[in-house]
Design a protein around this ligand. Sequence first.
Ligand SMILES: Nc1nc2c(ncn2[C@@H]2O[C@H](COP(=O)(O)OP(=O)(O)O)[C@@H](O)[C@H]2O)c(=O)[nH]1
Ligand SMILES: [Mg+2]
Length: 423
Amino acid sequence: MSLSKETNDPQFMEQNTVLLLIGKSGCGKSSTGNIMFNSSVFESRISSSSVTRVSQTHTASVNNRSVMVVDTPDFRYSTHADFDSDSELKRALQLCVSGAHVILLFLPLSTFTEQEQEFIHWFEQKFGAEALRFTLVLFTHADKPHMRTLAELIRGNTQLSDFINRCGRRYHEFNIKAPANRRQVTELMEKVERLVSENTHSFYTLEMMEDEEKRRKEEERREKEKKERERQITLERVRRETEIRARREYEEAKQWQEEEKKKEREHQITLERVRRETEIRVRREYEEEQKKERKKLFKQITLKRLCVIAAFSVVSGLVLMSKKDSSLWMFMCGFITGGSAATAGVGCGFLCRLMWKSSFFSSSPHERPSVFRYFLLKTSGVVCGLAVGAAIGQFVGRNLLLVTFINGLAGAAGAWTALQRGW
Ligand SMILES: Nc1nc2c(ncn2[C@@H]2O[C@H](COP(=O)(O)OP(=O)(O)O)[C@@H](O)[C@H]2O)c(=O)[nH]1
Ligand SMILES: [Mg+2]
């Protein structure tokens, strides 16, 4: 039968030793309570979830000492959806009346896994360091076959042995599969009594847990603030570094751009200089080429003219000599007439060209005449030369038709040579 005491009675605390059972579900809390009282006061059976859903108390005599056991559900790994771990834990401590003289922390001996380590961590966080003064670790599942002794198992696990040390090396091995073994209960009660007297009958209270919670919250708040400050500092540092980097990159880009512009300008200047130098060189080469060409042409034309003049002089001389008398004088007369007619023809040709180049006929002296105009110019020059040559032949060449004709041809040929290329 469960007996609930919810008074703040100092007399009760003096007369009763309050044991608070804490542990994962299935680690034997209810069974241990039942064995201690030698009666099935707490519900106990194999289940995947916590069978004990609310804390229960039972007070009775164990080894001639009044003991109140507060059996609790699994506060850490309960799978019940509506289970409020914090308020249930608070209620469990309230059930302890003023507080718990001893916290019996249950750990399965056969399987000390990560979950058990995590459970220990949770216990220390939740109850605080102060609670370790009142804690006695109870190893259950001791009946399961394991090779090593409890002391060896504790030594072999650093985290467990550290925790046991923090609990003042207080632990006890309990076999719930041997309920008739009262010796394990007696030994447990001796350890409990020793702890109670060591703690001068003081107890772990709800206030201690609430203080621990406040302290933890305050620590968390401070930690959060510290982290926030650090975050702000980091942010500010990153912001400043980013700004500096961005500014430096901008300056570098600007400098690079300026250097590129400078290079481009220098390149343009070099290009322009090379272009100008090339232009000057090409022009000079072209002009020299032109000059050479003109000289060559001039020589050719001059030679042609001289040939024409000489040929017509000789022909005119010979014709006059054959028609009049065969004296050298007659030849000279004919020679001079033919030469003069051809030279006059050349003169006519030049005159025509000069007239053409004058602004009267063309807007520029370098303007090349069209094919038609060139034909007209040549024809008029040749006709002019022919007329002048014929006139010279007629008046200087002794009135001989043949001489007039030849000299007319000489004038025309002279004009023709003068009107050869040269624009
Ligand atoms: N073999 C063995 N089984 C155990 C031990 N402790 C608990 N159990 C089993 O786990 C079941 C639940 O035990 P219970 O005391 O209700 O665990 P609680 O959830 O911590 O209260 C029991 O019926 C046992 O079969 C132990 O030390 N040895
Ligand atoms: Mg239980």
